[in-house]
Write a protein that binds this ligand. Structure first.
Ligand code: 5GP
Ligand code: MG
Ligand code: MG
Length: 182
């Protein structure tokens, strides 16, 4: 596949980097949950690629479920009020749950999600995220498995979009500001 690379100011994480990191994360997850029932919960739509590639590295008893949420807020600021657009199919009672996320920025959505899922009687709820921005490192959102700490730039690719575009890229890139500044 050919891409117009002039849309990006930099490729931040290559396809190979992602693959190697997911190998490491999956090794740790398989070790930690060995002999336990595990449910991966993906947050649509951004986590689709991470979920697919992480789940492929799991034993066949590991299950997947999906949620879609939207954060209420004015403009670009997240208010912390989150609405469920699509809820899980699974009953979490007594289950070990691992939330699979694409990127954590303010951590607002994730901290709401953690509270919500923990209230459903899960045996445990942890988080795996491919990317984390600097803001997230200072808020109190415990992320057990983290791929890459990245700078505070707007990135696209590997599930992450700008206006629903760029999700299909196999790598993560910094979007050149000319694309959204017109
Ligand atoms: P938080 O609640 O942690 O501030 O927001 C997390 C969500 O914001 C992510 O799931 C993602 O949808 C979006 N987001 C945060 N940073 C970026 C970014 O650099 N690029 C893209 N495409 N989305 C981002
Ligand atoms: Mg997300
Ligand atoms: Mg988006």
């Amino acid at each position: 596949m050919q891409y117009d690379m002039t849309d990006f100011s930099k490729v931040l994480v290559s396809e190979n980097d992602i693959g190697r990191k997911l190998d490491e994360m999956a090794d740790a997850i398989r070790r930690d949950y060995e002999g336990q029932d595990l449910l991966l919960v993906g947050v649509l739509k951004g986590a689709v690629m991470v979920m697919a590639d992480l789940a492929r590295r799991m034993p066949p008893q590991v299950q997947m479920d999906w949620m879609a949420v939207s954060s209420y807020g004015s403009g670009t600021k997240s208010s912390g009020v989150v609405r469920i657009l699509k809820d899980l199919d699974a009953d979490l009672t007594g289950r070990h749950v691992l939330i699979v996320e694409d990127i954590i920025d303010s951590g607002v959505t994730l901290s709401w999600l953690l509270g919500n899922l923990r209230a459903r009687g899960a045996a445990s709820v942890e988080v795996a995220a491919l990317l984390r921005k600097p803001k997230a490192a200072v808020v109190d959102v415990p992320v057990k498995y983290i791929g890459f700490d990245i700078p505070n730039d707007f990135v696209v690719g590997y599930g992450l979009d700008y206006a629903e575009n760029y999700r299909t890229l196999p790598f993560v890139a910094i979007l050149d500001p000319k694309v959204y500044e017109g």
